[in-house]
Design a protein around this ligand. Structure first.
Ligand code: SAH
Length: 240
């Protein structure tokens, strides 16, 4: 673990200079004995999307979880980040990020910044990321760590009384990292024509991931795997 800490805590080594894709890969392919290398090798097998896995390799997940569980950062598990919220499982991060089908020039909205990890991954794959978070302490923490990594193309805002961030709309892609009872019309309205919305939809207890592509008044819906997210709370979603 010591080596990972050293590599990741030096933003210059990590190559974060606004857009992480300029960075050199940090995971040595011959280092399969480390939990991180094992995790990324598994994700490469499960998802045929090297750009996404490279973005995850360049994002030091151990810095986005509380210090006392840092040793678990490269387990393929959701982990608690305080305020009864969780950082998503890497497998789910890979699936959702891949489903956004980003090419590099997009403006992306994330609903549910949490730790800021997913936003940091997106910062490597899109031009600009707007991420909203309803818990002020989490928003502040996410902002702090993103700044410390030198990531300049992510803006974290505290959610107000509308879902999403309409003043930045339309977005090329929207990712919701909390569970919704249905696809929120408010977010479809913030999506540009042809854009993709990736969101867990279902009950409070379990959901499936949905990729919805906007075609005029219609949404083309693709269902992906099952998942469990903390609830999306507020207008167009669950009450507290
Ligand atoms: N993407 C995060 C994990 C998100 S957990 C990461 O990478 O760490 C889900 C987050 O959604 C929680 O932090 C929760 O506070 C937030 N959330 C729930 N409802 C919300 C809403 N209506 N608007 C913005 N954030 C919301």
């Amino acid at each position: 673990m010591g080596r990972w800490h050293f590599l990741y805590q030096n933003p210059e080594t990590a190559g974060f200079s606004g857009n992480g894709l300029t960075a050199k890969p940090l995971v040595r392919q011959d280092a399969l004995e480390t939990p991180a290398a094992r995790l990324f090798a598994n994700l490469r097998q499960d998802f045929n999307d090297d750009r996404v896995i490279q973005a995850m390799e360049r994002t030091p997940r151990e810095l986005f979880v509380p210090a006392r569980i840092r040793h678990r950062a490269y387990e393929d598990e959701a982990l608690p980040i305080g305020g009864e919220q969780t950082i998503s499982q890497p497998y789910i991060v890979a699936m959702m990020t891949s489903a956004l089908e980003l090419k590099g020039g997009e403006r992306v909205l994330e609903v549910g910044a949490g730790s800021g990890y997913q936003a940091a991954v997106l910062s490597c794959l899109a031009r600009e990321v707007v991420s909203v978070e309803r818990k002020p302490a989490l928003a502040a923490g996410a902002r702090r760590i993103l700044a410390s990594l030198g990531i300049t193309n992510v803006a974290v805002f505290e959610a107000d009384n509308v879902l999403g961030w309409p003043s930045g709309a339309p977005y090329d892609a929207i990712i919701v990292t909390a569970a919704a009872p249905r696809i929120p019309q408010a977010l479809v309205g913030q999506l540009r024509e042809g854009g993709r919305l990736v969101i867990p939809v279902g009950s409070r207890a379990e959901q499936h991931l949905v990729q919805a592509t906007k075609h005029g008044e219609q949404l083309a819906i693709k269902r992906m795997g099952g998942c469990r997210f903390v609830p999306l709370v507020g207008p167009d979603a669950w009450s507290e």
